[in-house]
Design a protein around this ligand. Structure first.
Ligand SMILES: CC(C)(COP(=O)(O)OP(=O)(O)OC[C@H]1O[C@@H](n2cnc3c(N)ncnc32)[C@H](O)[C@@H]1OP(=O)(O)O)[C@@H](O)C(=O)NCCC(=O)NCCSC(=O)CCC(=O)O
Ligand SMILES: N[C@@H](CCO)C(=O)O
Length: 350
C-alpha cells in the first residue's frame, strides 16, 4: 500500500526518485479502493497442476496483506489431461470466454511441458497466442513464467529460444540490473531464484526485441525482464514460485526415469540446492538403485535438509507488480487503464 505525501517533507520526493510509489493527497482522495481480479492460465502438466495453483495463489495472496484478490484459474482445452485433472478443471476452473467477458486486472501464465523442438508445433500454441493477444489489449499487465516467456518472445518478437547443452537447473544467484524500476524497487540487490529449463532467451535477444532486462544471473542468464512500456508484459525465465521441494520432485522423477532406462543418463545434482549430506544420501541411493536393489527414494531424509532462499524476494517482486497494476488499472475490471494513463508508458517512467 503506497505512502501518501500529506506534507512537504523532502523525503517523499527522494523516495519517489528511488522508484517508491508516493501518492499526492489529491490522488489519494480520488483513488478507487477495490478488489483486484487476477487470472491464472495454468498450463502445467497434471502432476504439477494443483501445486502450481498453490504456488501462484500464495505469491499473490502474500504480496499484500490488505488488498483483496479474486483469482480466476483457467487452462487451454488443447492441453492433454488425464481424467482426474480434467474433473478438477471442469469443477473449479473458469472458461477463457467467461474470463474475457468480465475482464482481468492482471494475468499470470505458467510454464508448460513441451514435446516438440519448435514451440509453434505444440498443441497449445494457437490458443495461447489468442489469450496473449487478448491480454495485450485488455489486461493491465501479464506476467509470463518460463515457457510462456519463450512463447511471447517467439511469436511477438521473433526471438526463438536456444536449447542449451546442459539443463539450467538449480538455485542461482541473481543481481538487480536496474534498481530504479518500480518492479524491483527496494528488493534485495542480490538474491536467489530457482531455474529449471533446457532453453534460454539471452540478454541480447531480449534487448534486440526492445525488452528491458531487470534481473540477471551470471550463470543462469536473464530471470526478469519487462516490455518496452515498463509494465504490460513481465517476463520470468526462472521459477521464483517454486516450493522448497519442487526441484527435489524433479530430481526424483529424472533419477527414477533414468533407472528405468527412460532417460539416457542419471541427472546431475541441481546447482546449490542439496547440501553435502543430502548429496551423500542421494549418491548412495543412486548407487544401490543401479546395483539393482529395490528401495524407496530417500525423500523424507532429504527434505529437512533443503533451504528456501528465494521466496521472500519473489513475494516482494510480485507485491511491486500488483502495486503497479493497482495504480494504473481502470475502475472497471474490463478496461486496462484509467483515463489519462499512457498505455505506452503506464508508469510514467522517465
Ligand atoms: C516433478 C513432478 C513429476 C512431481 O510430481 P509427482 O506427482 O511425481 O510427485 P510425487 O512425488 O508423487 O508427490 C506428489 C505430491 O507432490 C506435490 N507436487 C507435485 N509436483 C510438485 C511441485 N512441482 N512442487 C511442489 N509440490 C509438488 C503434489 O501436489 C503432491 O502433493 P500432495 O500429496 O500434498 O497433494 C511434477 O511436479 C511435474 O511434472 N512437474 C512439472 C515440471 C515441468 O513440466 N515443468 C515445465 C515447466 S519448465 C518450462 O516451462 C520451460 C521448459 C524449458 O525451456 O526447458
Ligand atoms: N487504479 C485505480 C484503482 C482500481 O480501480 C485507482 O488508482 O484509483
Amino acid at each position: 500500500m503506497p505512502l501518501v505525501a500529506h506534507n512537504a517533507l523532502p523525503t517523499f520526493e527522494r523516495l519517489r526518485r528511488d522508484g517508491i510509489t508516493v501518492l499526492s493527497t489529491e490522488r489519494a482522495a480520488r483513488q478507487e479502493i477495490r478488489e483486484l481480479h487476477v487470472g491464472l492460465l495454468n498450463m502445467m502438466p497434471d502432476a504439477a497442476l494443483e501445486a502450481t495453483e498453490r504456488q501462484f495463489y500464495r505469491l499473490v495472496g502474500e504480496s499484500n496483506p490488505i488488498a483483496q484478490f479474486y483469482m480466476h484459474p483457467f487452462t487451454l482445452p488443447t492441453l492433454p489431461r488425464g481424467d482426474k485433472a480434467q474433473a478438477h478443471i471442469a469443477q473449479y476452473y473458469e472458461s477463457f470466454e467467461a474470463i474475457r467477458e468480465k475482464g482481468l486486472d492482471a494475468l499470470i501464465i505458467t510454464g508448460a511441458n513441451v514435446s516438440h523442438p519448435n514451440l509453434a508445433d505444440e498443441p497449445f500454441w494457437q490458443p495461447l497466442i489468442e489469450v496473449i493477444d487478448w491480454a495485450w489489449d485488455n489486461v493491465t499487465s501479464t506476467l509470463c513464467s518460463c515457457l510462456a516467456t519463450h512463447a511471447v518472445m517467439q511469436f511477438r518478437h521473433g526471438q526463438t529460444r536456444v536449447k542449451q547443452p546442459a539443463k539450467i537447473w538449480g538455485v542461482f544467484e541473481h543481481r538487480v540490473t536496474d534498481g530504479r524500476h518500480p518492479l524491483v524497487a527496494d528488493v534485495n540487490t542480490r538474491f536467489d531464484v530457482p531455474h529449471s529449463r533446457w532453453n534460454d532467451v539471452s540478454r541480447a535477444q531480449f534487448e534486440t526485441a526492445g525488452v528491458k532486462v531487470l534481473v540477471e544471473s551470471a550463470e543462469a542468464g536473464v530471470h526478469l525482464a519487462v516490455s518496452r512500456d515498463g509494465l504490460r508484459t513481465v517476463f520470468f525465465q526462472g521459477h521464483p514460485e517454486y516450493d522448497t521441494v519442487s526441484l527435489l520432485k524433479e530430481y526424483k522423477r529424472d533419477l527414477l526415469l533414468a533407472a528405468e532406462g527412460k532417460l539416457p543418463a542419471f541427472p546431475p545434482f541441481p546447482v546449490r540446492y542439496f547440501d553435502c549430506q543430502a548429496q551423500a544420501l542421494l549418491a548412495e541411493f543412486g548407487r544401490r538403485l543401479q546395483a539393482g536393489e529395490a528401495l524407496a527414494f530417500p525423500e523424507a531424509q532429504v527434505l529437512p535438509r533443503l533451504d528456501n532462499t528465494w521466496h521472500d524476494t519473489a513475494e516482494a517482486v510480485v507485491g511491486n507488480w500488483i502495486g503497479c497494476v493497482y495504480q494504473v488499472t481502470h475502475r472497471e475490471r474490463g478496461l486496462p487503464f484509467m483515463p489519462g494513463i499512457d498505455p505506452d508508458n503506464p508508469l510514467g517512467l522517465a
